[in-house]
Ligand binder design. Structure first.
Ligand code: BGC
Length: 741
């Protein structure tokens, strides 16, 4: 429909009809209209609200969506279609690596392809909006939701935010395989105090603006149709009622004109937050802040009409919100065809098709990070090997958000390995231990109970594992967190591997010197003990549908690891939040002052994380020539007008196999009007080199890379010395300096 007509449509709607467009129903509600459950038990949602609500959450499948849309339209006096939204986080039916693992790919272009694939699979099943990407910057590995982020770096996160939005939305929202993206959680949700989910966020304005906001901005600039508010407070005010944040920053400074939705029940949560006295005030404050859709509570539908009639809120605010919602429905092409893209035949053809599985495998392979390798990996087909651990015969490798995809579509590692090795191979497979001891707390969207495992089972598995370890040349231990130990409401204070698995690890290491550990996790773990004793450590995150084949291919050298850490792996949990781009201090700990006690340091552990941001090995090795720069001086005025310096570094594959290296550029501003980070990632390039081959990589360093928000609040480049580092991780000492005047 022509956009002008939406305004006419709005005029035809009653106040109540308009307000109900601002309500998002939880799925249980529409499915069981006469038997309301969950969030609706309090009975605040009337039949009228349910019949006229503008959108619904977590209903999917072509048949089901068609059924509900048909039923809905029977009661909709203006023919306005219902909007279907869902969390499609790392795939719909074909599941690819969790976002944190995608960060490790250092390949936003591939994430764009993955998002396109997910959009296609979801669109034919009736999903019109996905609550993705989550672009929250994360620094605290205790927070379970770090698995949904692409990591600790604002520049990298921004690239992924834009890539994912572009991938989901395609060229036009009206395309049959496009879904609208929803950038979340605005803002600062990735910094809960002490890593405890839903906890207070305390960030300085500067840190918030310079580090936390850029990725949201990148998502908005890429055209995200929606943004979701966060649960936390920003400067003491819950995001969902934070007028300054939503109207001034998001809509004003960032220019966002799409639909703003609250997170689940976040408007009502302003009451326990102590920001609103009751539901009336909560509704008023959220509307005032410009929140267009209330996710699941019914608070708008219940309160706003009375507030308008009482003259407390202006109807124009409601019109503004509803117009945005109608505009989104219109841009998605739903007025022309409310059943757009729904196609059961296409579901059968597209979901899990070989092309999609191949892409998921490629992504998984790119995301694995080789943390250590004393020559144990890769394994040759002839090596006698014992594969041991709870992930040997396990299909739960999809991550905590993949509640739609069935694990039946996932091959176990054992199945993949048996098919590849064939008959007669000197290979054994043992369970070794359960993922978790019965009774360990987990938090998840799917089944939340652990299988019953007795002590006798554990003892037997351990004995068998040790026997197998004794007779094999090499042991590969497949260990890790449970998929529901990370994700929402899955914060952990102790981020080591489960005790029951560490007992297995120690016993196996005592029986065999050649142990390679393959680690599944949704977060950086404290892997100190594992990396001390294992000869090789491969981090595989939660790899998705093609986990088994990707892992098998990697450990047997059919492909070469290339992932780089998007988040620091701490030396101990006491370092957390640890991140490479920390601010400089007056008492830095450098090698020259190693013996000085009065430095910013720990008494008992090093300052450096166990594995830093940007780090990751390969089966080959790379050497770097000294970094060079095309000139040692630049004029700030010229930089502003588009001039740039060029930093180059030559990298050579000095090993025996072809490999891919991510060459990274970091900058440091030596003295500035406000204290700057030790270094900041400003560029990277992936190069694939055959043995002996070299390539020179050149980075442009201009205004964008050198500028920051100066003490006076303006964005600019300040005169002085800068250092450019180029190398294979954030610790590279390979540096050159230059001056800006
Ligand atoms: C999460 C969001 C999610 C929403 C809808 C909330 O609990 O914080 O990330 O999109 O639920 O499922």
């Amino acid at each position: 429909m022509k956009p002008e007509k939406l305004w006419n449509l709005l005029q035809e709607m009653t106040l109540e009809e308009k307000i109900h467009q601002m309500l998002q129903l939880p799925n249980a509600c529409y499915q069981q209209k006469n038997n309301l459950t969950g969030a609706l038990e309090d009975g605040t949602l009337t039949r009228e609200m349910i019949e006229q609500a503008g959108s619904i959450l977590s209903v999917y499948g072509a048949k089901e969506v068609r059924r509900i849309q048909e039923e809905y339209l029977k009661h909709q006096p203006h023919g306005i279609p219902l909007l279907f939204m869902l969390d499609v986080i790392n795939g719909y039916q074909t599941v690819y690596p969790i976002p944190l693992a995608q960060g490790a790919m250092f390949d936003p272009a591939l994430s764009k392809e993955l998002a396109q694939m997910a959009a296609k699979e979801a669109a034919v099943s009736g999903v019109q909006v996905t609550f993705s990407p989550m672009v929250d910057l994360v620094r605290d590995a205790r927070w379970g939701r770090v698995m949904e982020s692409t990591g600790e770096d604002p520049y990298l996160n921004g690239l992924y935010a834009a890539a994912m939005v572009e991938g989901y939305q395609g060229d036009s929202l009206s395309d049959p395989y496009s879904v609208a993206a929803c950038v979340k959680h605005f803002a600062g949700y990735g910094a809960p105090d002490a890593g405890r989910d839903y906890n207070t966020v305390e960030l300085s304005d500067r840190t918030f603006e310079e580090y936390y906001l850029p990725a949201y901005r990148a998502g908005v600039d890429a055209g995200a149709a929606m943004v979701m508010t966060s649960f936390n407070t920003v400067n003491g005010i819950p995001a969902s009622g934070n007028r300054k944040l939503m109207r001034d920053v998001l809509r004003g400074e960032m220019g966002f004109d799409g639909v703003l939705i609250s997170d689940w029940a976040a408007i009502a949560e302003m009451i326990p937050h102590g920001y609103c006295a009751d539901r009336k005030e909560a509704a008023q404050r959220a509307l005032d802040a410009g929140v267009d859709i209330d996710m699941t509570t019914g608070i708008y539908s219940e309160q706003l009409a009375d507030l308008v009639r009482a003259g407390v809120v202006q109807e124009s605010l409601i019109d503004e919100a509803v117009l945005r919602i109608l505009t989104l429905k219109n841009e998605l092409g739903l007025f022309e065809d409310p059943y757009k893209s729904l196609n059961e035949e296409a579901e059968r053809q597209i979901h899990l098709c070989p092309e999609h599985r191949a892409l998921a495998r490629k992504a998984a392979e790119e995301s694995f990070v080789l943390l250590k390798n004393d020559g144990v990996l890769p394994l040759s087909k002839e090596t006698s090997v014992a594969y041991i651990g709870p992930y040997v015969n396990n299909r739960e490798m999809l991550g905590s958000w993949s509640f739609i995809a069935s694990t039946d579509t996932v091959q176990t590692f054992e199945e993949a390995a048996k098919a590849w090795y064939g008959e007669g191979a000197a290979v054994r497979y043992c369970q070794g231990a359960p993922v978790l001891e019965t009774g360990t707390p987990i938090s998840g969207l799917g089944s939340q109970t652990l299988p019953q495992v007795t002590e006798a089972d554990c003892d037997r598995w351990l004995r068998e594992a040790v026997e197998a370890a004794k007779t094999a040349d090499t042991v590969v231990l497949l260990l890790g967190e449970h998929r529901f130990q990370s994700g929402e409401a899955a914060s952990r204070a102790d981020i080591t591997l489960p005790d029951v698995q560490m007992r297995l690890f120690e016993a196996v290491c005592a029986a065999n010197d050649n142990v390679a550990a393959v680690i599944f996790s949704g977060r950086p773990l404290d892997l100190r003990r594992v990396s001390q004793k294992a000869k090789a450590v491969l981090e595989v995150w939660m790899p998705g549908t093609e986990a088994a084949s990707a892992i098998l291919r990697t450990i047997t050298g059919q492909c070469c690891p290339q992932g780089k850490l998007p988040m620091s792996f701490p030396y101990a949990v006491g370092q957390v939040p640890v991140h490479y781009n920390e601010f400089r201090t007056g008492r830095p700990l450098t090698p020259e002052v190693e013996a000085d006690r009065f430095r910013s340091r720990y008494l008992d552990i090093p300052n450096e994380p166990l594995y830093p941001f940007g780090y990751g090995l390969s089966y080959t090795s790379f050497s770097y020539q000294p970094v060079t720069i095309d000139r040692e001086e630049a004029q700030i005025a010229a930089l502003k007008a588009g001039d740039a310096l060029h930093v180059s570094v030559t990298v050579t594959n000095t090993g025996k196999v072809t490999g891919t290296e991510t060459v990274q550029l970091y900058l440091c501003d030596v003295a500035a009007s406000v204290v700057r980070p030790v270094k900041e990632l400003k560029g990277f390039q992936k190069v694939t080199l055959a043995p002996g081959e070299s390539q020179t990589v050149t980075f442009s360093v201009g205004f964008k890379e050198l500028s920051f928000t100066m003490a006076d609040g303006e964005r600019g480049v300040e005169p002085g010395t800068f250092i450019a580092y180029a190398g294979g991780d954030s610790r590279t000492p390979n540096a050159v300096s230059f001056v800006c005047r």
